[in-house]
Design a protein around this ligand. Structure first.
Ligand SMILES: *Cc1c(COP(=O)(O)O)cnc(C)c1O
Length: 409
């Protein structure tokens, strides 16, 4: 039995057109299924960081803001991320953390909708056109929920947590903005971005999508589906490194009206004019705030080189094949009833991870890691395995399922 799945894995690896990309990453014998928490290190990064530190900073010093392209890095790297999320150039800026960008996007969305109390002073009074409600994914990653709650208080809106399935029924003339996750971080469920965005627009509200668990793993189609605003991190499937800066997408036609709640000198039309009054820069770069974190930013730029010539469609096809094969091996190897998948079986509803409910999941994950199979434990009872198609192979998948079976038998 086990041999036949190992043979099948070898056959799948042999025809995997993305298999050669693994050599572009620093990896060891471990089966690394945690790229949805921290992507592996691309080989292009250490040398670049060395150059940025020693030459650009050490020798060129302040000249590097121009000569090494430091000043324009947020827009330049945004344009490298754009094709991965289906956006034309000029709509994405890289800066700050995802949490901070969620704040910019949700407050910006309420302002675009003409919502809130119209003052932004949080007193809940007066003339915001009646749109005084923000819907947020009730199953969201916590930071998005905390920040949406604060954004609601600041704008004089009410925050209403609903599951993504409940969004169409919850939308109405009071809805200003909706903050949703493309893929649920816990279960790996892929939400229907096209139809939810259309429903949000039909209600006259503004859609904000969090792409943390989809960008780099599956097609997003921001432009195609008319998404208003989006945010995402770069250290998961984009392999930018720990704490690498996040990004903000502002659809081109909304840019002139996008009113960031964090205007900084970097988002000023004339940053070196040093004027007391704020005039926002044109384009996506009004999403910037202050001085960019250049070391992380340029590590990310090097990390994105692995995407040269890689099609997101091929990545998606491999991702689904990997998760299908994992589920197949788990059901063949693991004793009946020991684990239960909470990730949807339907491809249209599945991201690039498999979450298995398991008793003593914390202990099981500890033993998996001891045996070289690295995933995540998520409270209270979830084993979470992320599949990064750029460097995970089918042999890895078979081994992960086999070790899991040994531990749970
Ligand atoms: C990973 C993740 C974040 C991370 O936010 P940080 O500000 O980078 O810590 C936020 N939201 C979601 C949905 C995530 O998956």
């Amino acid at each position: 039995m086990s041999e036949s799945y190992a043979e099948k894995a070898a056959a799948l690896d042999a025809v995997d057109e993305l298999g050669k990309l693994r050599a572009q990453f620093v990896l060891d014998d471990a089966v690394y299924l945690d790229g949805n928490s921290l992507g592996a290190l691309p080989r292009s990064v250490p040398g670049r960081v060395e150059d940025v530190v020693r030459r650009q900073w050490g020798s060129l010093r302040i000249r590097s803001w121009d000569e090494s392209g430091w000043w324009t890095a947020p827009e330049r790297i945004g344009d490298l991320i754009a094709p991965l999320v289906g956006a034309a150039a000029g709509q994405i800026v890289v800066s700050d953390s995802t949490s901070v960008n969620v704040f910019k996007a949700v407050v910006g969305a309420v302002r675009l909708a003409g919502g809130g109390d119209g003052h932004g002073d949080g007193d809940g009074e007066g003339g915001g056109g009646g749109r005084d409600e923000i819907l947020v994914d009730a199953t969201t990653f916590p930071t998005d929920g905390y920040i949406a709650a604060s954004a609601a208080r600041l704008t004089g809106c009410t925050l209403r947590p609903v599951t993504p399935d409940e969004v169409p029924g919850a939308l109405g003339p009071r809805t200003a903005a909706v903050l949703l996750n493309h893929v649920d971080y816990r279960t790996g469920r892929l939400h229907d971005l096209p139809s939810l965005t259309a429903a949000i627009h039909d209600a006259g509200a503004v859609a904000v999508w969090d792409l943390c668990h989809s960008a780099g793993a599956l097609p997003v189609g921001l432009d195609e589906h008319g998404v208003d605003l989006a945010v995402g991190c770069t250290y998961k499937y984009l392999n930018g490194g720990p704490g690498s800066p996040a990004y903000l997408y502002v659809r081109r036609d909304l840019q002139p009206r996008f009113d960031s709640p964090l205007p900084g000198w970097n988002s000023h039309a004339d940053p070196f004019g040093m004027t007391p009054d704020f005039t926002p820069a044109p384009g996506a770069l009004r999403g910037r705030v202050g001085t960019p974190d250049i070391l992380s930013m340029l590590a990310l730029e090097a990390a994105l080189e692995v995407w040269d010539g890689v099609s997101v469609a091929a990545v998606r096809a491999k991702s689904l094949a990997l998760t299908d094969f994992f589920l197949e091996c788990v059901s063949a190897y693991v004793p009946e009833g020991a684990v239960e998948s909470v990730t949807p079986a339907a491809h249209a509803e599945r991201g690039s991870q498999v979450a298995l409910r398991c008793s003593d999941a914390g202990g099981v994950m500890r033993r998996l890691i001891e045996r070289g199979v690295v995933g995540d434990f998520r409270e209270p009872d979830i084993l979470r395995f992320g599949f990064t198609p750029l460097y995970v192979g089918f042999g890895d998948v078979e081994r992960a399922a086999r070790v899991l079976a040994e531990i749970t038998s």
